[in-house]
Design a protein around this ligand. Structure first.
Ligand code: GUN
Ligand code: ZN
Length: 425
């Protein structure tokens, strides 16, 4: 995928010109970088035959980008019966308390990263827990694997169990230390991460704003306007604010490289102000359906000029596979009589996600010079998928079938910076 298909609307260009697809193609990779992509026979002449790998009839795609996920919630997936605020109290906070133990955190981080690669996800924007060491070990594990990842320590100094509380001062100091050590180290980046407005005091949100002023190129990552009870709670806690976004924006937290997960119930004025701020949205459809939070409007985001990527939002989300998230995204649009074409959906999961993370000059497609993070997709992974894909007449239809039916089983290999890090057994 080379362009945003949505950008073509009104230009008279067809969506079919927004991508390059070679039914028989070649991808030339050297030194961890994409050198070129083209039809079979166009590039291999330049390469020693012993260095050519034949992937048969598999599809080669850019690695997936997950714009919102909680690594400490790997074991919270599929917890029954609650909506957001009760679900946090009942399942999430007890689980996140375990991350006070750095070795426990490291084991979960390792398993989480193995799972991401098994699902073909090569970049993610990731919540840790309130414990600085949860992010320390996470970055250590990412560095070992040479992954392009963004993560941050959660800030929360009120309305959570005592054991999970930090303070404005410790939040500032711990985040600063992590930024100094990890932001910009290799492929890693830091995100200042207030959990959401209800769990941060105004003093703590101000401390987060100070960090963004001192380190202008770090990210900001939080939740916003996910659930109606949450929104009402924010109104009670911040009576002077115009609306939910005003709480964040009033502390300097809405700007380029700010990523807000959910944004389901925004008012018109919030859409406009979010668009003007340069912030991005992580659309988390499987999570929104699972917690009964509501239906995100992709059209409103587009009309407001807001970059959108997809988020699995594990553990409220129900799968790490970006195919699973694409399936839920399509159905969410269907329920609103909005359309989401297969190619737009694939864009959200790759280059669109990269753009939402301000990384579209680095990852997201096969443009020469980009980092060589890519996946090998087996189009015959299961008998029923094979049957259905054999009947797909176009690449659009193939992508739609994959989005609807595929999961981790189709990921044959995952390559990071030109090195194979995962191979299906
Ligand atoms: N809002 C605040 N914390 C969380 C969380 O952990 N998951 C989701 N989905 N929403 C949140
Ligand atoms: Zn979340």
């Amino acid at each position: 995928m080379l362009k945003d298909p949505a950008e073509l609307v009104g230009t008279g260009m067809a969506e079919s010109t927004a991508y390059e697809y070679y039914p028989s193609g070649e991808l030339l990779v050297e030194g961890g970088e994409i050198i070129a992509v083209g039809p079979l026979g166009s590039l291999a002449a330049a390469v020693d035959a012993s260095e050519v790998i034949d992937h048969g009839s598999s599809l080669i795609l850019p690695g997936f980008v997950d714009c919102h996920v909680h690594y400490p919630q790997l074991d919270v997936i599929a917890s029954y019966g609650e909506q957001l605020l009760e679900w946090l109290d009942r399942y999430v906070f007890p689980e996140e308390a375990k991350f006070a133990d750095a070795e426990f955190a490291r084991k979960v981080a390792q398993e989480f990263l193995d799972e991401l690669l098994r699902n073909g996800t090569t970049t993610a924007l990731v919540f840790g827990t309130v414990h600085a060491q949860s992010v320390e070990v996470f970055f250590q594990e990412c560095e070992k694997r040479n992954l392009r990842m963004i993560a941050g320590k959660v800030l929360m100094d009120r309305n959570v169990p005592e054991a999970l509380r930090d303070s404005p001062e410790s939040a500032y100091e711990d985040s600063k230390e992590l930024i100094e050590r990890w932001h910009g180290r290799g492929r890693l980046r830091y995100a200042v991460t207030p959990r959401f407005a209800p769990t941060s005091s105004p003093e703590q949100l101000a401390a987060a704003g100070r960090l963004l002023q001192e380190y202008p190129d770090v990210y900001m990552h939080t939740h916003m306007s996910e659930n109606r009870d949450e929104i009402q709670w924010v109104e009670e806690l911040f009576p002077a604010a115009e609306h939910y976004l005003d709480v964040y924006d009033g502390h300097g937290l809405a700007r380029r490289r700010s990523v807000f997960a959910h944004c389901i119930h925004l008012q018109q004025e919030e859409w406009a102000r979010l668009g003007a701020s340069g912030s991005s949205i992580a659309f988390c459809p499987s999570s929104n359906l699972f917690l009964g939070s509501g239906l995100f409007s992709l059209n409103k985001a587009k009309q407001s000029g807001i970059p959108v990527g997809l988020g699995s939002d594990i553990g409220a989300g129900t799968g790490l596979s970006c195919f699973h998230t694409m399936d839920a995204a399509y159905k969410t649009q269907q329920l609103q009589q909005e359309s989401l074409s297969p190619l737009q959906n694939l864009y959200l999961a790759t280059l669109g996600g990269a753009a939402a993370l301000d990384l579209d000059d680095t990852i997201g497609n096969f443009q020469a010079g980009k980092e060589a993070d890519f996946i090998i997709v087996d189009l015959a992974a299961t008998p029923s998928l094979k049957r259905r894909l054999e009947r797909a007449a176009t690449i659009e239809e193939q992508v739609f079938v994959l989005a609807t039916l595929a999961d981790d089983r189709v990921i044959k290999e995952t390559w990071i910076m030109g090195e194979k890090l995962y191979e299906r057994a």
